[in-house]
Design a protein around this ligand. Structure first.
Ligand code: ITT
Length: 209
């Protein structure tokens, strides 16, 4: 007898992708979504509040989130911390990218423009960074950190992606990451690289569970 899809998925190993950011989740789902695993999101755990991101590096925050959600759910947990580093602003907004000045991204972009102007600049080299940690019970069982190099380009351009994509110009494409397709972004992005590395190692990771 052919098992029903729900019966198949119940026998697949569960992996919790612990992020509250829908933009991240869409991109991660595109890379891990077709694997023989059951991808679980934080929607399954509505009563768990977000941890305070007290780390000073992307790697520390990724570990902190993975550890926190793994302990709260007892799931094999993948978490990531990411953000934009602008060289002319000494690496800001960095680990504070999500919380950086301004409620909306339009406000954040205006703040960045003003800060650059105060330093006599209109542009700067910059990079997106993505640190990923996988945690089970009391141990971290996998981690990576990946980056994509580009330049700031104001005013913002493009409607795809999320966050700082409209001001992140990627020279090989000649466009911002908000002006390219999701597939083009995933091919070169910090998150695309990190989650493809996770996908490659997933068999070994699952063998440890
Ligand atoms: P979780 O902690 O729940 O995963 P978050 O959005 O708070 O969600 P972070 O603390 O890692 O996550 O902050 C990441 C921020 O960095 C994100 O909100 C964007 O502002 C920015 N960012 C990261 N990756 C990006 C990308 O691919 N494109 C544009 N902006 C990005």
């Amino acid at each position: 007898m052919i098992p029903k899809p729900t019966e198949i998925s119940e026998h697949r190993p569960r992996v919790l992708v612990a992020t509250t950011n829908p933009g991240k989740l869409r991109e991660i789902h595109k890379i891990l979504g077709h694997l023989p695993i059951q991808l679980v999101t934080l929607d399954a755990y509505p009563s768990i509040s977000d941890p305070e991101e007290t780390g000073t590096t992307f790697a520390e925050n990724a570990k902190l989130k993975a550890c926190y959600y793994a302990h709260s759910t007892n799931e094999l947990t993948v978490a990531e911390d990411s953000g934009l580093e602008i060289d002319a602003l000494d690496g800001a907004p960095g680990v504070r990218s999500a919380r950086f000045n301004g409620e909306s991204y339009q406000e954040k972009f205006r703040t960045i423009s003003k800060m650059l102007h105060e330093r006599g600049r209109t542009t700067s080299t910059a990079r997106f960074v993505c640190a990923v940690a996988v945690w089970l019970k009391d141990s971290m069982i996998w981690e990576t950190i990946k980056t994509v190099e580009g330049r700031l380009k104001l005013p913002p351009q493009g409607d795809h992606g999320f966050g700082y994509d409209p001001i992140f110009y990627y020279p090989p494409y000649g466009r911002t990451l908000a002006a390219v397709s999701p597939t083009e972004k995933a091919a070169i992005s910090h998150r695309g690289q990190a989650f493809r590395a996770l996908r490659t190692d997933l068999k070994h990771i699952l063998a440890k569970t």
